[in-house]
Design a protein around this ligand. Structure first.
Ligand SMILES: Cc1cc2nc3c(=O)[nH]c(=O)nc-3n(C[C@H](O)[C@H](O)[C@H](O)COP(=O)(O)OP(=O)(O)OC[C@H]3O[C@@H](n4cnc5c(N)ncnc54)[C@H](O)[C@@H]3O)c2cc1C
Length: 542
């Protein structure tokens, strides 16, 4: 095993990881950034719509800090962590402007003023996007990550590309580094670090239908659990209502609804008012479920429903949504005239590692940020709040980790012997089949519409997958790495299912067919710990 030493190790090379690394570097010399994909060229930040929700003070005279806070709290069905929400609301605006001035991430402006949009759930137009023309439409988030990756490089941060963290190193209850698998060299790297920031994103790939990138498979949650941290709100998985089915598979921005886009079923009938009084301005959870139900009832078309943007007007489509419009036209569909077909897909994990406002997990040496962390969004997330979360809490966690590591004055807890990673085994079970079974079962039984029966079915299938992974063939370190990660996926799948089983109500993104109403008794969060192999869940109201 190769060994490396640094003050702060950041796991994950998306927005949260990059911000954490840049910030930590203000306090310590040696910062390393390990990522599954090349730093800045992977993760959901890269494929995001590049829209940040923020209150920018004087630029937004009709808006207020209080209104942003209220919208976020209500969007999360009153179970979000208020300290995290306050941190987001207070810091998103200044952090965004600082990222523009200090790191070269340009914001869309007209005559100096930021261009603002109002996606569903926000009372006022407070979503601000980066300038992404010049980047491929599907990876317009590169407009965020590439300038930040350049900043990180200029600061001398060591990038460890294609190096997924397999396990965190824990000595005497303190996190003191991680074991990485160098995907190219097929060898293990033991990184001894004063502090670790977990910024390895969410877990959309756990489900068969997702718009998440391939390198994000819920590992952050499993790594944290195994290191002794708690997870919260894992039952709240967000589904994006408008993933393009026809003419092209691409995530279509929800802010179109603020400009007059509407949904129609296969007969051309508008249906959102039947599900929610806000109609086509309903939040994503309501909209996803409504689409799912229309299709289930046989009212869909090509496996989805129509998205009709013809009421928006060509001028707005070409000015405000220029890149999307041109992209769709290239695929033979003019949104000013033609209806598209859309269907929901797994989009975002509202839950994650429990943190405080500094990104501290409660396990000495371990910090978390971005989609890996939970608590801010409660039961549902508003558009634009995820990138702002990654930006704000990436910085907070980087600062806290940097200060913590600086306090160690170079005396690091020793790196324990690695677990038994390297082994060979004969076996007939195909890893691909196990992972595909896991993803399919989670989509069919634990996604948009759940009930006790479906969740118990998911639980049983996950158990079968877990034991199958014990007999998979292992021929080299890379294969062993995939099996390790599949085991992590099973563990996280279990966390989702167990929390969903215990929450006998419907709230935000979590919809139980057998308990269709919100129940005041569940106004709180399920906290999850790992004890041995078992997950222990505890309900807390504050
Ligand atoms: C299609 C799409 C559009 C979106 N649009 C928006 C939007 O416009 N506005 C908004 O607010 N939110 C949006 N979101 C959500 C938002 O993009 C994400 O929540 C946010 O980018 C997460 O940032 P992150 O840094 O936490 O994680 P990511 O950007 O996902 O980065 C995770 C990083 O961790 C790495 N990684 C994973 N596992 C490991 C491991 N074991 N070891 C090492 N590295 C690992 C990955 O390679 C990657 O570098 C969108 C999401 C999607 C999928």
């Amino acid at each position: 095993m190769e060994k490396l030493t640094c003050d702060v190790l950041v796991v994950g090379g998306g927005l949260a990881g990059l911000m954490a690394a840049i910030e930590a570097r203000m306090y310590v010399e040696k910062v390393a950034l390990a990522s599954n994909a090349p730093v800045g060229r992977g993760g959901n930040t890269m494929v995001s719509g590049a829209g940040f929700a923020a209150y920018l003070g004087e630029e937004m005279p009709e808006d207020s800090r209080q209104q942003f806070l209220q919208d976020t709290w209500n969007g999360g069905r009153q179970i979000g962590d208020l300290r995290l929400i306050e941190t987001l609301v207070d810091k998103a605006g200044p952090a965004l402007l600082q990222m523009e001035a200090g790191n070269g991430v340009k914001l869309q402006r007209v005559e100096g003023k930021v261009v603002r949009r109002r996606p569903p759930g926000h009372t006022f137009a407070r979503q601000v996007s980066t300038v992404f023309s010049g980047y491929p439409y599907k990876t317009r988030g590169l407009s965020i990550t590439l300038p930040l990756a350049r900043s990180a490089l200029n600061l001398g941060i060591l990038g460890l590309d294609h190096c997924p963290a397999m396990e965190l190193a824990v000595h005497d209850g303190r996190v003191c580094g991680a074991y990485l698998l160098d995907g190219r060299g097929k060898r293990l790297i033991g990184v001894n670090a004063g502090a670790v920031v977990l910024a390895a994103g969410g877990g959309g790939r756990l489900f068969a239908h997702t718009n998440n990138t391939r390198d994000v498979g819920g590992e952050a949650f499993a790594l944290a659990l195994k290191a002794g941290a708690e997870l919260r709100d894992m039952e709240f998985v967000q589904f994006y209502p408008t993933m393009g089915v026809k003419p092209v598979k691409v995530t279509i921005s929800n802010s179109l609804f603020g400009h007059g886009a509407v949904l129609r079923n296969g007969s051309g009938e508008r249906f959102m008012e039947r599900y929610d009084p806000r109609g086509d301005m309903a939040t994503r959870d309501m909209m996803s479920r409504a689409i799912f139900q229309e299709v289930e009832q046989g009212k869909g078309i090509h496996g989805g429903v129509y998205l009709d943007c013809t009421g928006i007007g060509e001028d707005i489509l070409l000015n405000v949504y220029r890149d999307l419009t041109l992209f769709l036209r290239k695929h033979g569909c003019d949104p000013a005239r033609d209806w598209l077909v859309v269907y929901p897909s797994t989009h975002f994990f509202c839950g994650g590692v429990k943190i405080d406002a500094r990104g501290y997990t409660g396990v000495p040496g371990l910090f978390a940020a971005g989609e890996a962390a939970g608590g801010l969004h409660g039961a549902n997330r508003l558009a634009g709040n995820a990138l702002s979360e990654a930006l704000v809490f990436g910085r907070c966690a980087g600062e806290a980790a940097g200060k913590y590591a600086a306090g160690l004055k170079g005396v690091l807890p020793p790196l324990p012997e690695p677990p038994l990673f390297s082994f060979r085994r004969e076996g007939s079970v195909s890893l691909e089949e196990v992972v595909s079974t896991l993803r399919k079962t989670l989509w069919e039984n634990a996604a948009l519409v759940r009930d006790r029966q479906s969740l118990e079915k998911a639980r049983d299938t996950i158990a079968v997958c877990e034991s199958a992974l014990e007999t998979c063939r292992v021929s080299d370190e890379l294969e062993m790495g995939y099996i390790y990660r599949a085991k992590n996926m099973c563990l996280v799948g279990r966390a989702v299912v167990e929390a969903a089983l215990l929450r006998e109500e419907s709230r935000g993104n979590h919809y139980r067919k057998d308990f269709p109403r919100e129940n005041e008794a569940y106004r709180g969060s399920f906290l999850i710990r790992l004890v041995g192999r078992e997950l222990v869940l505890e309900f807390r109201t504050r």
